[in-house]
Design a protein around this ligand. Structure first.
Ligand code: NAI
Ligand code: MG
Length: 368
């Protein structure tokens, strides 16, 4: 693979602990599959604040713009709670997302068979589940103007504005159709065109992108509230779901919980293609820095390792190797490997973070 560059930002709390296990996996691919990455590592969040007085140094930002993919652990922690808003660890992550213009947030909900009992839904509803929610991340009601709390007569009014341009809908729709072609070739677009004009435009633009450039992909439209019901009732009917920022926030969190633990959930945020054709990309687990377990070797590294699997698939076109890594994780879980988050209090002794990482590397070895 030519010139595959990767910037690793472990961050705070359990971030560095889970990232150490990802490094083992990266090293394995270099040694055993001849997949080598030009890896650099830098600071983000509280760790960057401690060294530089800012949660993301300009040099790190510049580096992130150059590499093929950024892999981030997690940021934040109680130590930084009293900091001024402008230098809070989260600002480092927000700056990365904003300056890289990462408009498509990919949140898979994938159920490993060995963990199907862990879901709050019936096993047959979730076993084998593999869906992808594409949430628009840079526009919509979280950014629209006017916004604020205003005086109106003798009371106050809180205002936020849902606003989408055709080009913003167009580009995220394209991301969803491209993804669908690499998966089950099906997209369901969700909005509330029944009560929102922005939803009417959303539906029109998604349909147009489909008809003009992706007629081979099966497209359906659903009202987002009905979509929420269908996600709980029969999630396996979906392949790729594309939706706006607000609905995507809710639907992706709900879908995530179909599969059990926060320690299992990866994500990707993608932007426009760069000169080499690869999209701007940031990969990170959904979970935070977990200060309650940080430094104790209890963290589940799988979410972060699965985030690297997404990088293999979506940045480096190594879908087969991503599948190999996911299969290794499936094997390890099927053999009973569990970190504490995947166990009940009476289920025996959990594995440590390092033991889980080592087991996954051993399963990769066994896959050859
Ligand atoms: P959290 O995701 O860090 O933790 C929530 C709960 O899940 C905790 O009990 C934690 O121990 C557990 N957990 C999370 N990841 C786990 C893993 N890999 N293995 C085992 N257990 C795991 O969310 P919380 O507690 O709300 O936030 C803690 C800090 O993280 C805060 O400073 C918050 O701002 C930050 N945060 C950062 C995010 C990011 O970097 N993207 C996302 C969410 C929160
Ligand atoms: Mg959320």
């Amino acid at each position: 693979m030519s010139n595959a560059s990767l910037l690793i930002l472990p961050g705070d709390g359990i971030g560095p602990e889970v990232m150490a296990e990802v490094r083992k996996v990266i090293d394995w691919y270099g040694a055993k599959r001849d997949l080598t990455f030009d890896v650099s590592e830098d600071l983000v969040g509280g760790a960057a604040y401690d060294k530089h007085g800012t949660p993301l140094h300009d040099d790190t930002m510049a580096k992130a713009q150059e590499v093929d993919a950024v892999l981030l652990g997690a940021v934040g922690g109680p130590k930084y709670d009293s900091l001024d808003f402008s230098v809070k660890p989260e600002r480092g992550l927000l700056r990365l997302r904003k300056e890289m213009d990462l408009f498509a947030n990919l949140r898979p909900a994938q159920c490993f068979d060995a963990l199907a009992d862990f879901s709050s839904l019936k096993k047959e509803v979730v076993a084998g589940l593999d869906i992808m929610i594409v949430r628009e991340l840079t526009s919509g009601i979280y950014f629209g103007e006017p916004r604020g709390i205003f005086e109106e007569g003798n009371e106050r009014v809180g205002i936020n504005t849902q606003r989408y341009t055709e080009s913003e809908i167009d580009r995220v729709a394209r991301s969803a159709f491209e993804l669908a072609r690499r998966r089950g070739n099906k997209v369901c677009s969700m909005e509330k065109a029944n009560v929102m004009e922005s939803g009417i435009l959303w539906r029109e633009v998604v349909q147009k992108v489909h008809d003009e450039d992706y007629p081979d992909v099966e497209l359906s439209h659903m009202y987002a509230d009905a979509g929420a019901m269908q996600l709980c009732r029969w999630p396996k009917q979906f392949d790729v779901i594309v939706t706006d920022n607000l609905f995507g926030d809710l639907l992706s969190d709900a879908a995530a919980m179909l599969t059990g633990s926060l320690g299992m959930l990866p994500s990707a945020s993608l932007g426009q293609p760069m000169a080499n054709g690869r999209p701007k990309a940031l990969y990170e687990p959904v979970h935070g820095s977990a200060p309650d377990i940080a430094g104790q070797g209890k963290a589940n590294p799988i979410a972060c390792i699965l985030s690297f699997a997404m990088a293999l698939r979506y940045s480096f076109d190594q879908g087969d190797e991503a599948a190999r890594l996911e299969a290794a994780i499936e094997t390890v879980l099927a053999n009973g490997a569990r970190t504490a988050d995947l166990m009940g209090p009476e289920d025996g002794t959990p594995m440590s973070t390092t033991q889980m990482g080592d087991a996954i590397v051993a399963a990769l070895d066994a896959s050859l």
